[in-house]
Design a protein around this ligand. Sequence first.
Ligand code: MF3
Ligand code: CO
Ligand code: CO
Length: 258
Amino acid sequence: MIVLKNERDQDCMRAAGAIAATVLDEVCTFVAPGVTTKDIDAFAASRIKHHGARSAFLGYRKYPCHLCISVNEEVVHGLANQRRVQFGDIVSLDVGVYYHGLIGDTARTVAVGGCSPLAQKLMAVTERALYEGIAQAVSGNRVQDISRAIQQYVEANGFSVVREFVGHGVGRTMHEDPQVPNYVDGKKSARLRPGMTLAIEPMVNAGSAAVRVLNDGWTVVSQDGLPSAHFEHTVLITEAEPEILTCCDRIASVLRAS
Ligand code: MF3
Ligand code: CO
Ligand code: CO
């Protein structure tokens, strides 16, 4: 069942989205050579609290961290530990927060200082694939139009989309209908309507699409050990252009209104 959000819920999602985006920005500036992923988690926890929100991930299916931190060949759901990130690593950061009962969910991959040309291209293609998907997130299209745009852009650039994890509806719970795959699965998909809120989130591997889960039960890695990138926005379907809710440029005004 797809939950349409009324005006009031949309305002709360703008606020949750603005906070998630702001925390993600803050976390990205904190990431530097020598910082442990535990340090990053603690910093994110303090920023989420500072903004009056709560992590949507901590405790979700017993997930033990405040955000997901996935390094290099780690795709998603990486756990914070004593690992120190190094110059040349790429780090995927995924932030989800509850604010007034609604969720904002957003992710980005950043280089620690600098990275290889391959990783650079991987990040650029994944980010652009997200926007190719968002461009299709208009009323009257189907979910599959988003999926197709992402897959085509990624594959035209020689990379692969992960199949086992997908985007999703988001609102009062983190994973709502519909699923938003980053590839065309051939199933009939839902038509997009104003008031729908979707987390669109391509996960892109530099090599093959195959992934596996480590023994910690969470960390998803590429099977071939090549790097992976992840970009995500929470988006509101409107009568006109899609509205990206996980934007931090207007945090002051949306917080005032919420
Ligand atoms: N943020 C992820 C997503 O985009 C979900 C993380 S689940 C957690 O859907 F348990 F790892 F937090
Ligand atoms: Co996320
Ligand atoms: Co998500």
